[in-house]
Design a protein around this ligand. Sequence first.
Ligand code: C2E
Ligand code: CA
Ligand code: CA
Ligand code: CA
Length: 278
Amino acid sequence: QITRQLILPYDTMLEQRYLRRLSIISELKRALVEDDDQLSVAYQPKLNLKQGRITGVEALLRWNNPALGFVSPDDFISVAEQAGFIGQVTDWVINRVVKDIQGFTAAGISLNVAINLSAQDVLNQQLLPGVLSLLDRHGVSKDALSFEITESDLVKDPKAAIVHLQAIRDAGFSLAIDDFGTGYSSMAYLKNLPVNTLKVDKSFVLNLDSEPGDQNIVQTVIELAHTFDMSVVAEGIENQPSLQLLADWGCEWAQGYFICKPIPAQQLIDWYAQHQHT
Ligand code: C2E
Ligand code: CA
Ligand code: CA
Ligand code: CA
């Protein structure tokens, strides 16, 4: 009796996780093709600390499925990567972002939108020409888009990644290393990376006001970035004291719930009108 109770629930859990994974794959593929309002993009403002203004946002994908409910991107992005269709997801995001940028422009708002790329996207030869022709067709300037790539993704195949990142930079796009501090990149590697921004991982920022260890790390990352002529975005700012520390240390950008949560495009337009005094 006891043994059954110990083993059965575990088996059932594994099976449920496996089934959930399968439904994520099939449901997400369907949502991408049918585009029936399950997927959307939320935008989180980035505060330019030198200018005291919002000049950029990060695009974050959202998925609400009738059967699965709200699924976190931390869950479905890795599934799409492993199942080999992250390229389709990225295409969907870029298309939606370019449409939303037209909406921002129509509302008189000029913002840079940062899109998250996966390792497979960076290595995809079609990505850059696709983006350039999309921007061209919609009359959207290249300044309106930038890209973020996580540090751990870069470290997997640095040589190949560098060639593709260089092409993205040469085309005129700004590039940030995301989740910096979690992927063990070396100084020598950093020196050769064609990126212009480091994004400090939020694990070092969430408790910045109360953790001296995190304060040391973040200050060091800011100095390191400046040594390499890169600017710094700190994400995960949840309180005023943390924001003040970052401003004092010369960090260029701040992003976090304390400033604004990720919100839909229309809400961003309203939020911007209320907060931007230029
Ligand atoms: P990320 O790129 O590191 O994005 C930052 C995450 O931190 C977002 O979670 C954001 O909502 C959250 N965040 C922002 N400010 C705060 C804060 O003050 N406190 C806390 N606790 N969290 C904060 P989200 O939207 O759930 O996205 C999770 C991850 O999913 C992203 O991490 C990114 O790696 C991935 N992701 C999201 N959208 C896309 C996409 O379109 N493409 C790809 N490849 N990945 C995406
Ligand atoms: Ca990001
Ligand atoms: Ca991040
Ligand atoms: Ca992340």
